[in-house]
Structure formats: structure tokens, C-alpha cells
Write a protein that binds this ligand. Sequence first.
Ligand code: AMP
Length: 596
Amino acid sequence: MAVDSILSSPLGPPACEKDAKALQFIEEMTRNADSVQENVLAQILRRNADTEYLKSFNLDGVTDRESFKSKIPMVTYEDLQPFIQRIADGDRSPILSSHPVSEFLTSSGTSAGERKLMPTIKEELDRRQLLYSLLMPVMNLYVNGLDKGKGLYFLFIKSETKTPGGLLARPVLTSYYKSDHFKSRPHDPYNVYTSPNEAILCPDSFQSMYTQMLCGLYDRHQVLRVGAIFASGLLRAIRFLQLNWRQLADDIRAGSLNPKVTDPDIITCMTRILRPDPELADFIASECSKEKWEGIITRIWPNTKYLDVIVTGAMAQYIPTLDYYSGGLPKACTMYASSECYFGLNLNPMCKPSEVSYTIMPNMAYFEFLPHDSEAGAAAPPQLVDLADVEVGKEYELVITTYAGLYRYHVGDILRVTGFHNAAPQFQFVRRKNVLLSIDSDKTDEAELQAAVESSSRLLKGFDTSVVEYTSYADTSTIPGHYVVYWELLAREPTAGPTAEVMGRCCLEMEESLNSVYRQCRVADGSIGALEIRVVRNGTFEELMDYAISRGASINQYKVPRCVSFTPITELLDSRVVSTHFSPSLPHWAPDRRRC
Ligand code: AMP
């Protein structure tokens, strides 16, 4: 097949021979989605036949789909936790995987308030690398000339811990950035970053961000794309510029490095980059001192063709703010991945955010889909559907079987099929199951919010006051965003109600009760602002119910929504606020709070 017919594209043929191979690979995988899946499953089952887990279900070495589906149950993290804990404690026998577990990837999904530990094996890095290697060849089909400049990407590592058995536990991106796959990547003109590895690999988030921003400013004319993993991360970088542009401009003027940057590797590498550039310093100072920051991204980096950030799922809330700062640049959502497994990529990355669909790559793992519709719940247990058999328009929950030893594992994501590329379905990310509030990588569910309200409302007992109703809202109008919790209080003796100081402590107590990812975002990353309680006047939640009923809700079935985002409702709540309170300090967080 001619390389230019590989993917239909407004720009025509692949940019180079390497891209042609990558696109050819996508074609092969997606054309043969079903047979690739069959082989992947057989490979996983064959190599792991002697694991304690598969043996316990008497699979007896068979590798066909029917036996697999009839004998192996669907599971959640909690089902696997005893196995995972033994691995974390140092049991090296083949429990879930015949290949040794090389480390744990710490998911932003939590169990009992702590990050989930996902076992992984060495070769999974190659699989992740393979998916990464497909992204630029696809992007090059839609955007010309990306080899003529650089990408300004704000990339960070996070803290890592060791389990009692000595295995590292860290986020998947930290694992990737610290790997030779990333650190020693061969030069690729289509993938040159402004950020030096030393800055990305610095564990101190201020020093890392400062250096990455400084390098991005020096290279401002060469920058062709600006990105971060999630939209919230890019907005945090803009906020950082707002707070630190004076020092950055001073450094550029003098060719010096902020004394707060003390990391020796950064200092060494920056000696090659720093140079006095008074003209650039004046430009930065003049742009950043303007009151309006509208379009700041394109003003500072005028050759930016697109923003490379995920704006699907919970990140969609940041689209208007990104548009404001970038003058509406296209936002490319290139891939869909998790700690458990990297899933797939967007074959049309310059499409509108509302049209983003991810094509799951059938070579990454074995994928099954649990139909997700309310009617099915009542009847017989729904049957899982294979990748090639999903139906356009339907919603499914993703269930995966990985090389690293997760078998029929519920990821927790709900996806809608939008179409097919060859025989491989394409999915819109609908939402994560059970997530009520999310600002950055945090995910807070209804039970966690309820527990937080219960725990903090104990502080009101001494004032004979109780929380009669509550709801919440992820406020992203400020950077960083923060949780807002609306409380309606009932005080026996209204004149002796809780003081503002007590209400502040209630905010902090709620934060202390939220999961470790939330607290890490608050404390280590600064990516979530102080939690706010807005006390509303008595009767507000009844008005909320009246409003819902006026819009057709059934009076018998009405339940207070524990999270609201519909503007008329937040406006109604805000118009009834009698007092607002913020956490006076940071909650506790330490990387070693985990149970291992
Ligand atoms: P983690 O395990 O912490 O890496 O989080 C993985 C989860 O992040 C996925 O299961 C999704 O819920 C979410 N996620 C990852 N990529 C995307 C994407 N492109 N769009 C929307 N949500 C995503």
C-alpha cells in the first residue's frame, strides 16, 4: 500500500519514512483488531498459565476466549488487593504475572483513601513507548513543519516510595520520565522539547517549573506547540508565569539563575542555556505587566500552532480558560491512558474537544466492554462484549486484561462508541464512574465527600449546630481551582452558632478527610486551592428541590445532588450564601503515609 493512502488526512502523505512505518502499524492493528485481540489474550494466558491467580480458576492452560470468559471473574481493585499486598510485601512467587513485577504504578484512583498500586512488568515500558511513538506521525498528518521548531511541555515527576518488599511505587509518568526510554531517547526533529531533562527530572516542583518556564521563554520564537499532560497543568504554568515573571525577566536580563534554583544538575545544564538578553526581558516584562492576560500564550509564543493537553473528561471544565489565554488555539487531545495500561490514541487530534474519540490499540491489552445502560441492570447480568463487537452509539465500561497480571479488571471509565477506524472502534470518553469532584488528578467520590462532611461537622456539635444538607461544586474560575461545599446549617440557638474560626477548621477537617491524591495536589503540587465552605441560608435546599421539580423531577424520587455544575443552580445557591470560609492551612500529606 502506498504510504499516502494510509490515513485520510487533509495534509496528505506521512512526513517521513519513520512516520510511514508508524501509520502502517496503526493500519495493521486496526484492520485486524479482532485477531490481534485473540492473539493478545492467548499470549497473556499462555505465559501466565502457572500463576497462582490463573491456576486458582482452573484455566488449565487453555487460552481461548470462551474458556477465559466462563472461568475468570470480573474484578475490581479491592478483589485483587490481597494479592497486590503480598507482592508489595516482597513475595516474589508468580502470583499475578509470570514475569517479575518490576515496580508499582500509583494510580490517581484511590482505594481506602490511598493511591491504588498497579503492578507492572519491565516490557510494559516498551508497550507504552510504542504508543508514544505513534502520536507524532499522526499529528504530522494534520500539522505541517513541526520539525522546524520545539515543543514547550511542562512535564513533572512526583515523589516515589518503596514498598516493604523493596519495590518502587510511583506514578506511571514518573516511571516513564526516569526510564532510559525517555532520558536517552534518540534525537527526533519532530519531538524536540524546550525543557531539558534535568528540569523535568527535578523532584522540586518550583525549581522544575521555573527552569522549564525560563527555557520556554528563551526559545519563544521556536516554540510550535505548548502542552502539559492535563489542561489543569498548563493553566498552572500560566499562573506560575503570572506570579514569577518579574524574577524570570530579571534572570533573562542578567543571564543569571534565580538563587531558589539549587538543583546541581539544573545549574550545570543551565550554564549552557543562560545568556543575557535585555530585549527579551523587556518584552516579557511589558507583556506580563499588562492587566489583561487574554491571549498571553500566543503573545509570548507567537508561533504556537496548537495546545497539546487533555481536555476530555473532567478536564473539559478548563476549555474556556484555555481559550482565553490562547486566543482559541486548537487543543489536541492525543492519547488515552492509565496506570493500569495505555489504551489508545486520537487519530484526528486537531478535531474539536467535543468530537474527540480515542481509537483503542488492540495490541496494548485484551479489552472487554460491559454495556452500561440502566435498563440492562435490572435483567440478567450483562454480557461483556469484545473490542470488535461494540456498537456505535452505545456506552460501555472498560474492562481490561493486561500482560502485567490484571485479569478482567474494571478500569472505572465509561466510554461511548462513536465509530470505527477500520475494524477498531473509536470511543468518546464519557466520564469516570463515581467521580463527583475533580480539579487536577484528584477524584473524589460521593462516599468520600459524605465522610468528609460527617467528620468535619463533628466540630459543630459544641455549638448545637448540624449540617442539614450539603452539595458541592468544583470551582475552576480561579487557578488553581478548589472545592466549594455548600452547607445549610441548623443551629438550635442561632445566636450561639459556630464562629468563623470554627468554620475555617471545618474546611480543613474536610480536607484532612479527603483522599491522599487530593492532599498531595494541595500540599506537594499546589494544584488545588484551599477548600471553601459556603453557608447558605435556611430553606435554600428546599428551593433547590422546587427548582428541580419545576423542571420535571419527580417529587418522590428527588435526591439532593451532591455535586452541582448547572449554572442556574450554582447561581441560586450563591445568591443565598450568608458566609464563606476557607481552610486556614494545608492538610497533612506525606508520600510515606501509604500502608506499605
Ligand atoms: P491514572 O491511573 O492516575 O493514570 O488515571 C487514569 C485515568 O485518567 C483514566 O482511567 C481516565 O479516567 C483518565 N484519563 C486518562 N486519559 C484521559 C483522556 N484522554 N481523557 C479523559 N480522561 C482520561
